[in-house]
Design a protein around this ligand. Structure first.
Ligand code: GYE
Length: 310
């Protein structure tokens, strides 16, 4: 879109591009890899990066964005912790003629002139890949052998795009097999501790859990701890499907403690800096840039583990 952005050479002072980045937090291995990618690329590209960690709180992100507006940065990028409630602050950025790039997570807004572009994964597709794997492996996944595949779901942060979309994609695919049933679903806030605590309550409240679907590796890793503490064998007595494919997740997958991981690529730094330079220069950029990713079973995890960067 047109009027926001080009020509604002303020902020840096020395001519360097100044970016204000409002990060979600440090809730997961994925997030740490994402932060490192952004910081490393900014450094390598000579981008003056102002970085803030919102500790998974929207109000902190809004505060950070307002301070970037006040500091007259050249471009604001952020990964919105939840989908809704951004219009006011994004309008403030627009009025200040500071372009905004959504990174990793998107917003749910009717007005798409409030941001230049959205760079990130297709979370619905990730959920679909997870659900499709379960449908394809349904016979092996009825661990308790009672004809029903009881799935417990560890959801990401309530209201976050990846939590909403991954659930949607998963549900869509498992609908093809009436023996698969999600018997309980609760948020673990994308953290290892959250996943562990929710899994502990599931293990008490649910009978015959066959499968855990965790919206990220960290919650799946927390669930593994809870499953072991209950005297069960993760990956065997309870099948586990997760999303991200960070090193700890891939290690558990190659050890047989997780059964399938859908990849979500956190290394968004290079594409983000590229888009930022174009946006600030007033060049056209696509409204949506989707990251490429794949998925891994246990054998594939063993093959790629040694080369995994994060
Ligand atoms: O999957 C999870 C992180 O928004 C894609 O956030 C990201 C998700 C990622 O906490 O581990």
């Amino acid at each position: 879109s047109s009027d926001s952005g080009s020509g604002s050479s303020s902020g840096g002072g020395d001519g360097a591009l100044t970016m204000g980045f409002a990060q979600v937090g440090a809730e997961s291995g994925w997030r740490s890899a994402n932060t490192k990618s952004i910081q490393d690329t900014a450094k390598a590209d000579g981008v003056d990066l102002k970085f803030s960690d919102a500790q998974q709180k929207q109000e902190n992100q809004i505060k950070a964005i307002r301070s970037y507006i006040q500091q007259k940065v050249d471009v604001i990028a952020f990964s919105p912790v939840v989908e809704t409630g951004w219009d006011t602050v994004l309008l403030e950025a627009k009025r200040a003629k500071i372009p905004v790039i959504l990174t990793d997570r998107s917003v749910d807004s009717k007005d798409d002139s409030l941001y230049e572009t959205f760079l990130g994964s297709d979370f619905v597709e990730e959920g679909q890949k997870a659900g499709q794997w379960l449908v394809d492996n349904a016979d092996d996944s009825d661990v308790n052998g009672d004809g029903t595949i009881n799935v417990v779901e560890l959801e990401g942060t309530t209201g976050a795009a990846p939590a909403i979309d991954r659930k949607e994609g998963f549900d869509e695919k498992i609908a093809a097999d009436s023996s698969i049933e999600v018997v309980a679903s609760q948020t673990g806030d994308f953290t290892r501790d959250g996943g562990k605590k929710v899994m502990e309550t599931f293990l008490k409240s649910q009978k015959d859990i066959d499968v855990v679907f965790a919206h990220n590796d960290d919650m799946g890793l927390g669930a593994i701890e809870a499953i072991k503490a209950a005297g069960l064998k993760p990956g065997t007595d309870v099948k586990i499907i997760t999303i991200d494919a960070v090193k700890d997740g891939m290690t558990a997958l190659s050890k047989g403690e997780i059964n399938y991981i859908v990849e979500c690529n956190p290394l968004l730094g290079p594409q983000l800096m590229d888009l930022a330079k174009k946006v600030v220069a007033g060049d056209e950029v696509p409204k949506r840039v989707v990251t490429e990713e794949s998925a891994f079973d246990q054998a594939q995890a063993k093959e790629v583990l040694a080369d995994r960067q994060y």
